[in-house]
Design a protein around this ligand. Structure first.
Ligand SMILES: C[S@@+](CC[C@H](N)C(=O)[O-])C[C@H]1O[C@@H](n2cnc3c(N)ncnc32)[C@H](O)[C@@H]1O
Length: 469
């Protein structure tokens, strides 16, 4: 079967697609959206990052148009009759569209006809509707790959609570080795295995077709593509295996793909990646883990800094009004707090804050309390008992900042949406092109990148399949 990549229409080859994408992505304006500007610093420039970054005619248009119409235009490229965007913006967005992978298109070279619904099966215990959908579709692809290379043996890398492993073992009778680094998840998976057995799931094995339908769990932190010790532990030296992964986060996807060449027993891989922000960028020639993996992408020297990789984790088309508002509030609060830190001379002393639990976002004052507990880092309040702790932000101060800058929240939301809708899909395409070329350059006999899930249900929906040459 010829290799396949879901390039957008109009390109005669994957090389041609990459070349056009790289040319656009490396333009200074796209580069500024992709990494040089940080939404967290929105209020640190004057008048703000929005005016600092965007062309004047875009600023004017974004400031005047209805907020919801602007979001519709950016996210779906849908134009309300009253909307009159500047031509330069329309051309920019249509170029992004023409370079983005169509995430709704399903490629027939990869089978995606799922098993009968898991909803009614004992296997669905503990699964969300999203997980059911993912397991239904990906297990079908993996069982096909198993049949093609003639093996029932699967390693499920980053198996979490073992939902995919259990589906493969009990619905397709594969022999699965589930590998997971977090102890509580492996234990949770074992509990779900027993629950499945108690619910009578085991009886299904009577129809055993492909293999023994077994499942073992291995607790291990994987840090390379050499999985020989796992194969050994499972007593499978010399057996053909398929390396599978459902949302192998960050570099785990890289280890998975490398296992095709670094582990003798692995004859095929089928992985869906996620959390690109956790990937690393190559820091030297000797770095065999980070992005870019392929010589092809290396030759283009396209940086993918954290901002770009974080944007690639977004899926604006699947945002609901509620999720959208929650993102916007998070970014607005974090940018406001950054301004307070700046005004208090604290920027160098702040620890990474990350995401807080939902209840901390009920007001900006509440957020300041939650975030400062994390941000305080090395600051030692006792050593400076004479003065006030600068990480104490009173309700009065937080309200003053919030109310003074609230009118700019709209600009911050529009800039974030613009970045997510443009840099996001293009970065995700580059990451998958890198994976595609890596497999080809190393001699895989077949490489396919394909849409495997409904994007509205599961946003990270591209599976990378490679078969050993
Ligand atoms: C996004 S979760 C997906 C879990 C599971 N496949 C699912 O879809 O329900 C990724 C899992 O990979 C595990 N993981 C991440 N890096 C790993 C590594 N280097 N070695 C082993 N497991 C890892 C995480 O602990 C986590 O459970």
């Amino acid at each position: 079967m010829p290799d396949s990549f879901p390039s957008p229409p109009g390109f005669s080859s994957v090389d041609e697609y990459l070349s056009s994408l790289a040319e656009f992505y490396l333009r200074p304006f796209v580069q500024s959206l992709a990494g040089e500007l940080h939404i967290i610093n929105f209020f640190l420039t004057s008048p703000d990052l929005f005016e600092d970054t965007l062309p004047e005619e875009w600023v004017k248009f974004f400031d005047q148009a209805e907020f919801d119409d602007v979001l519709d235009f950016l996210i779906y490229f849908r134009k309300s009759p009253s909307l009159e965007p500047p031509d330069s913006l329309s051309v920019f967005l249509s170029t992004v569209q023409s370079l983005s992978i169509d995430r709704n298109r399903s490629d027939k070279t990869i089978r995606s006809k799922p098993i009968p619904s898991l909803h009614t099966s004992a296997l669905s215990v503990g699964m969300s509707p999203k997980k059911i959908h993912e397991c239904e579709y990906l297990s079908s692809v993996i069982s096909d790959v198993c049949s093609r290379i003639g093996t029932p043996h699967v390693i499920d890398l980053g198996s979490g609570k073992g939902y995919l492993s259990r589906t493969l073992a009990h619905e397709y009778n594969c022999s699965v080795v589930a590998v997971e680094t977090v102890e509580s998840r492996t234990k949770g998976a074992a509990r779900l295995d027993s629950l499945y057995d108690r619910k009578g799931g085991k009886r299904k094995k009577a129809k055993a077709e492909m293999g023994t339908g077994s499942l073992i769990h291995v607790e291990k932190f994987v840090d390379s593509g050499d999985l020989t010790d796992i194969v050994e532990q499972a007593n499978l030296i010399g057996h053909k295996m398929v390396l599978a992964g459902l949302h192998t986060c960050g570099n785990l996807s890289h280890h998975a793909l490398k296992s095709l060449f670094d582990t003798q027993e692995v004859h095929a891989v089928a992985v869906v990646g996620c959390c690109y922000n956790l990937m690393t960028e190559k820091d030297s020639e000797d770095d065999v883990v980070g992005y870019p993996m392929s010589r092809k992408l290396q030759s283009y020297s396209i940086p993918l800094p954290t901002t770009a990789r974080m944007l690639a984790c977004q899926a604006p088309a699947t945002w609901t009004r509620e999720t959208r508002e929650s993102f916007f509030t998070r970014h607005f609060y974090r940018a406001l707090l950054q301004l307070i830190f700046h005004d208090r001379g604290l920027l160098g002393q702040v620890q990474n804050i990350g995401s807080l639990r939902k209840q901390w976002y009920s007001s900006f004052y509440t957020y300041c309390r939650g975030a400062c507990k994390r941000a305080v880092g090395a600051y030692d309040a006792d050593s400076d008992a004479s003065s006030e702790n600068p990480f104490d932000i009173s309700e009065e101060v937080s309200t003053e900042y919030h109310d003074r800058l609230l009118s700019k929240k709209r600009r911050l939301c529009i800039l974030w949406t613009l970045m997510a809708c443009t840099v996001g899909p293009l970065t995700e395409a580059l990451i998958h092109l890198d994976r595609y070329y890596f497999l080809k350059e190393n001699g895989a006999s077949e490489v396919h990148v394909s849409v495997v899930f409904d994007q509205v249900i599961s946003a990270r929906n591209l599976v990378v399949v490679g078969v050993k040459g």
